[in-house]
Design a protein around this ligand. Structure first.
Ligand code: NAD
Length: 432
């Protein structure tokens, strides 16, 4: 599963050779919790976002010589395309002077919430800027657009914390919508999920094991679920996080009902991570190959969520997180079944989020790109290399990158972040 090319390119002689030949140059990504800084802030005068950043403990400055750790621009006041020149004025002087693994965040108002056509156009235009900066800046620098509801800027705190930290190392070129309202601050900054029960499916290995570990680190009591055949690995993960293991095949006709019996105290966080591939072009695929993928990746999450809701087991203020894929956004040759199931996960999020927000339950999905796991280790070598390099980070992501993104969505402070599909793909060219 190791990326030998990245190890070579990060070595002294390897780096020199890679530079000389103009080959992909995968930077070492910073993955810690510290916030990038200093943060050069610009844009809307008197922006409440600036206060939110200061409250987080970010080192915010308005003018200073480079280098900076982050550039944050509140563009919500740009109500006409002619005013977009303000973006050039702010970013042009600093385009070359951000630290490695630096952060660019632009804040705006979602076009659907704008009162005039000019405002909606200008706000939609922001997406082109952040996506391009993500591709231009390199050196592990990420760029995101966050649409915040006017007068609810404080609700963006958990999102700003995640996006400014090293925990969002493999998330770039994304658009995140933060809704209205004021979620409660976490009771304990290091263990924001204390007292919460989290169910993680497919937790025996790969991304699921990382999700279990990360939610456990944040204080959740983890219920780790996987098929009986993965029992030993599952027990090891459950032991490590001092959680409980549930051996269950999610495609069993009675799986949802059986799962409910393992959740006597209900559940706060549900992460539908279990997934399989059975790759073939549709011309060569038999019905069994189609059905098995749809059953695990799509039917099971929908059925289990419905059962938990029917039985009143999903608590108010809960979190549901699906695991889609960039293949579900872009489509992929040889993956009609998989891409259909993963596009269905996006449909699940879009349909469920408005239904459940009244109870404070959020529904989001992550869409991983190329992540170094057993699933991607099985790919043909050329496809695997292409998957690793064809993104702004020139490397595959790690399971922990997906897990950290889910931990942000699961956090108490993310209570108004709902209906989002967040790609964890290093800004992959696939479906970009
Ligand atoms: P993986 O194959 O390493 O792990 C998947 C886990 O799901 C396994 O432990 C497996 O036993 C479990 N599982 C499968 N069928 C099950 C069932 N019927 N009931 C219960 N558990 C079941 O995969 P991974 O790479 O860690 O991927 C995790 C998720 O991320 C999947 O949904 C996958 O589609 C998605 N994803 C992965 C990548 C990647 O690059 N690895 C990219 C995009 C999306």
């Amino acid at each position: 599963m190791g990326d030998r090319y990245a190890s070579f390119a990060n070595s002294g002689p390897g780096h020199a050779l890679v530079k000389r030949l103009g080959l992909p140059d995968p930077p070492r990504l910073r993955r810690d919790a510290a916030l990038a800084g200093p943060v050069l802030f610009g844009g809307r005068p008197g922006s409440a976002v600036r206060d939110a950043l200061t409250k987080l403990g970010a080192d915010v400055i308005d003018t200073a010589d480079p280098p900076h750790g982050a550039l944050v621009f509140d563009a919500s006041h740009l109500t006409d395309p002619a005013q977009l020149v303000a973006l050039h004025e702010f970013f042009h002087p600093y385009a070359r002077s951000l630290h490695r693994s630096g952060r660019v965040i632009v804040l705006g108002t979602a076009p659907e919430n704008c009162g005039t056509t000019g405002h909606a156009i200008a706000q939609r235009a922001l997406e082109g800027l952040t996506r391009s900066i993500g591709k231009e800046f390199g050196r592990g620098i990420t760029a995101q657009l966050v649409y915040v509801t006017p007068d609810a800027e404080a609700a963006a705190e958990s999102t700003l914390r995640f996006l400014l930290s090293g925990r969002s190392a493999y998330v770039s070129g994304q658009v995140v919508r933060v809704g209205p309202g004021h979620p409660p601050p976490p009771a304990h900054p290091d263990r924001p999920l204390d007292g919460r029960i989290a169910l993680v499916t497919g937790a025996a290995r790969g991304i699921g094991a990382a999700i279990a570990t990360t939610l456990g680190r944040d204080g959740a009591t983890v219920i780790a679920l996987d098929v009986p055949a993965a029992g030993d690995a599952l027990a090891a993960v459950a032991n490590e996080v001092r959680g409980r293991a549930v051996q269950l095949d999610l495609t069993h006709p009675e799986a949802a009902g059986r799962l409910a019996t393992h959740l006597p105290d209900g559940v706060d966080i549900v992460v539908h991570n279990a997934g399989i591939t059975r790759d073939r072009t549709i011309a060569k695929m038999d019905a069994a190959g189609w059905n098995s993928v749809i059953a695990v990746n799509l039917t099971a999450p929908a059925r289990i969520t419905a059962e938990l809701l029917d039985r009143g087991l999903l608590h108010d203020g809960g979190r549901v997180v699906g695991v889609s894929s960039i293949a579900g956004i872009a489509g992929n040759r040889g993956q009609t079944n998989y891409a259909t199931s993963k596009a269905g996960v996006i449909g699940f999020v879009r349909a469920m989020a408005p239904e459940l927000i009244g109870r404070g339950i959020t529904v989001n999905a992550v869409a991983p790109g190329f992540i170094e796991t057993a699933m991607t280790a099985r790919m043909p070598v050329m496809l695997r290399e292409a998957g690793r390099r064809m993104n702004s980070m020139a490397q595959g992501g790690r399971p922990v990158d997906v897990a950290e993104t889910i931990a942000w969505l699961a956090a108490p402070g993310s209570g108004t972040v709902t209906g989002n599909i967040v790609r964890v793909c290093g800004q992959s060219l696939l479906g970009a």
